[in-house]
Design a protein around this ligand. Structure first.
Ligand code: EPU
Length: 438
């Protein structure tokens, strides 16, 4: 597929699509398979590039990965785990942030791990200090060299007490994947409790781990000597579901998202309703639609779970350009997640970004020169433009903007969207979107 899409906007999206397992869970469950002594089976796996990247990394470490014909079921056999060549791991540098989560399992299995320069979306600095601190606290030795970070476990890793400065998703996963086989008890305070983390805990429990989650963001893990493989069906991708919901709202459409589930989307559904969107939930999915009339402006703050996810923000902002009045969005998870609004402005949206914490409580980015609040004034008709996809979610937002705009937009760099949206061009077709590939 080429990297350029000509999108002929102005047609409401209408029809049905299916979302499969969550990108931000599936990749971690695949890493967890490294901890088992026997093979694992993961179901409801989407065919997205991130799954390919993790498959490649696992194979480099001797895990045999096979998929069924539709790619929805992965079998992961970690019987012959081995060290990979630094140069081979490095070849994956820049494509994902997942390598950092290999550390705990590899330290247990091999006594060493290597992290290349990490990729992932350019939405802020995205440091890994919490991860390295966690590994050090378990007793690992971290050695930063020119080509990346070399980590060793001189002896069996030991359970520890850790308080995270911020409930980081990745750091919580790092801790879980390391603590389950460490000696003794580990206690994590201020843990992230995203549904994808809860499903990772489900997987680890199936493997033989002992993990309890308290209501106050405290997670306790009793290390065990041995874990076995798991069989598990991944929870649905609530970011993809919300992305299609936002596309339905922005284009004045009606989209049934098969596979979308309510419990993980409560905060999104509340906001969707406040903006003026309607939804209907059944056992198989959620129908999202624009009921007609004006959309309403809102004040919104992104947050860790159970708040409104940062990854929902970018697609929804496009819909807010079509809402009547002034909307305020305060991004409190990433310091730099409004870069995508430049292109929207170029298409006619009225969006101003501010360094202040607008709309609610002060966050850790206030007074620190980060443009992390946006004011969106609408409704503004959008006009077609030539746009370059900046990152995964920002890219999908650009796609929504192009679908909403009158005229033909050229959207470049769409292969970035494949990282996290399975078959998105086939889904666009199913929803009646008009577009051509170059
Ligand atoms: N942070 C640090 N130090 C660290 C780790 C994180 O300061 O060592 C900061 C980050 O800079 C950020 C905040 O903590 O400001 C939260 O980051 P977190 O660690 O929670 O994010 P992540 O684990 O790197 C995952 C998802 C992101 C999603 C966030 C928040 C994956 C592969 N990525 O990232 O997903 O936005 O959690 O829910 O699971 C996406 O799917 O497009 C995406 C970016």
């Amino acid at each position: 597929m080429t990297d350029l899409l000509y999108v002929h906007g102005g047609t409401p999206l209408s029809g049905e699509i299916t979302v499969r397992g969550a990108k931000n869970f599936v990749s971690k469950a695949m890493v967890a398979s490294l901890l088992g002594e026997t093979p694992s089976e993961l179901r409801n796996v989407p065919q997205i590039r991130d799954v390919g990247v993790v498959t490649g990394l696992l194979e480099l470490h001797g895990v045999r990965v096979s998929a069924d014909a539709e790619g929805g079921v992965l079998r992961l056999d970690p019987t012959d785990v081995e060290s990979a060549h630094v140069a081979d791991i490095d070849a994956h540098a820049g494509s994902s942030r997942i390598p950092i989560l290999f550390c705990g399992p590899l330290l247990h299995r091999l006594g060493e791990a290597f992290i290349p320069d990490l990729g992932g979306c350019r939405i802020g600095d995205r440091p890994i200090n919490y991860h390295l601190d966690i590994l050090r606290q378990f007793g690992a030795v971290v050695d930063k060299r020119e080509n990346g970070i070399h980590i060793r476990a001189p002896r069996r890793l030991r359970g520890t007490k850790i308080t995270l400065p911020y409930p980081s998703v990745g750091a919580t996963e790092q801790l879980l994947l390391t603590a389950v086989r460490a000696e003794g008890v580990t206690e994590l305070t201020n843990a992230a409790i995203e549904p994808e983390i809860m499903d990772l805990i489900n997987v680890l429990q199936k493997m033989g781990a002992i993990i309890s989650v308290d209501t106050d963001r405290v997670i306790r893990i009793e290390g065990v000597d041995r874990l076995v493989g798991f069989r598990h069906t991944a929870l649905a991708d609530r970011i993809e579901a919300a992305s299609w919901a936002s596309a339905a709202l922005a284009t004045g459409g009606d989209v049934y998202v098969r596979g979308a589930t309510q419990p993980e989307m409560t905060a999104f559904l509340n906001t969707f309703r406040k903006v003026g969107g309607e939804f209907a939930i059944d056992d198989d999915g959620i129908r999202f639609y624009h009921p007609g009339g004006d959309l309403k402006s809102i004040v919104l703050e992104t947050d860790v779970h159970p708040g409104f996810m940062t990854d929902w923000q970018q697609p929804l902002v496009v819909a807010l350009t079509q809402a009547k009045g002034l909307s305020i969005v305060h991004e409190t998870v990433y310091e730099n997640r409004f870069g995508f609004t430049d292109a929207l402005r170029g298409m006619g949206a009225t969006i101003q970004v501010y360094q202040d914490c607008l709309g609610g409580r002060p966050c850790r980015f206030g007074q620190r020169n980060f443009s992390h609040s946006a004011v969106i004034s609408g409704p503004t008709p959008l006009t077609a433009a030539d746009i370059e996809v900046p990152d995964l979610r920002g890219g999908f937002s650009h796609l929504i903007a192009a679908l909403t705009a009158q005229g033909t937009s050229a959207v470049r760099g769409i292969s970035l969207i494949d990282r996290g949206y399975e078959n998105f061009t086939a889904k666009l077709e199913a929803l009646g979107a008009k577009f051509d590939r170059d």
